[in-house]
Design a protein around this ligand. Structure first.
Ligand code: C2E
Ligand code: CA
Ligand code: CA
Ligand code: CA
Length: 278
């Protein structure tokens, strides 16, 4: 038993070493990948559940290595955050998403909104509001068509600081959504004080919705909460018609997911919008 235990321990620390080395390797690759412009954005349409009409898109970061390998964001974004690279990458994402919004507007989509993910480290950076303001000014993107998605976990720490930051961000005219809502445990009284505009129901609760009656209870609660607080609500990760129907019946006005479209290239988005007859 003893040698087994030691063996187990050895294996554990060795695999940890491999994991750390792998992360350091990725961090260097990411740094040069940024310079080599290997990052780009994909856009996932968001639709009105009542009418089926698209009203906006979420910008999602992609990384393709020179050899064509795609590294998923869940793998490299934590590394970008940890290394601080996210500040530079996030500023680029903001500028690029604003530029794409302007291209869509030039193509005639004047009511279209663009949602941009903002990570904690990026949001907390002292220059964040300035970077945001510059991205808006330089692109000419109207702030009322830009939405920032911050995660619920961010809303939990240092509520006072967050409230102040949000107030500053809101003064630029952009709106704020709380992403992955329901996965953190933010206090509801705190939520009421924060100046947010929209709750985004996490995919986990959308997946559960078609199971039991209990399966839909969290989604139903979030939709009701949004209504009571006067906030917009969108469901993410909607994959089938039944989920869309139940969400609509529960009073969820907006949705996003593979049922409507996967994340698309800028050209793909224009073609998809055209195919929707808008
Ligand atoms: P998220 O913000 O929750 O984004 C939704 C994720 O769900 C995206 O994964 C999207 O492609 C995926 N998705 C959309 N519809 C469906 C569906 O119907 N079914 C399933 N199974 N998945 C669906 P993706 O693009 O891999 O992004 C993963 C995460 O990486 C994002 O989760 C977000 O937290 C982060 N991320 C992506 N882009 C950015 C960015 O520009 N900045 C920051 N800070 N984070 C980003
Ligand atoms: Ca998001
Ligand atoms: Ca999300
Ligand atoms: Ca999610």
């Amino acid at each position: 038993a003893k040698s087994q235990q030691r063996g187990g321990h050895f294996y554990f620390s060795r695999s940890m070493g491999v994991e750390i080395r792998e992360r350091v390797r990725l961090m260097h690759a990411l740094r040069s990948g940024v310079q080599r412009k290997e990052l780009f954005l994909a856009y996932q349409p968001q639709v009105d559940l009542g009418t089926g009409r698209p009203f906006g898109a979420e910008a999602l970061l992609r990384w393709r290595l020179e050899d064509g390998t795609m590294i998923p964001p869940d793998r490299f974004i934590p590394i970008a955050e940890y290394s601080g690279l996210i500040v530079e990458i996030g500023a680029w994402v903001l500028r690029e998403a604003c530029a794409e919004l302007m291209r869509l507007r030039a193509a005639g989509y004047l009511d279209f909104t663009m949602s941009v993910n903002v990570s904690q480290a990026q949001f907390r950076h002292p220059q964040f509001v300035e970077v945001l303001r510059r991205a808006l000014e330089d692109s000419g993107a109207p702030p009322e068509f830009i939405e920032l998605e911050i995660t619920e976990s961010m809303a939990m720490e240092e509520p006072q600081l967050l409230a102040e930051m949000l107030a500053q961000v809101k003064r630029t005219g952009v709106s704020i959504a709380i992403d992955d809502f329901g996965t953190g445990f933010s206090s509801l009284s705190h939520l009421q004080r924060l100046k947010v505009d929209r709750l985004k129901i996490d995919r986990a609760f959308v997946t559960e919705i078609t199971g039991s009656a209990r399966g839909s209870s969290i989604a139903a609660m979030i939709i009701q909460l949004g209504r009571n607080l006067g906030l917009s609500v969108i469901a993410e990760g909607v994959e089938d018609e039944r989920q869309a129907q139940i969400l609509h019946a529960l009073g969820c006005p907006l949705a996003q997911g593979y049922l409507f479209s996967r994340p698309l290239s800028p050209q793909g988005l224009l073609e998809w919008l055209g195919a929707q007859g808008v």
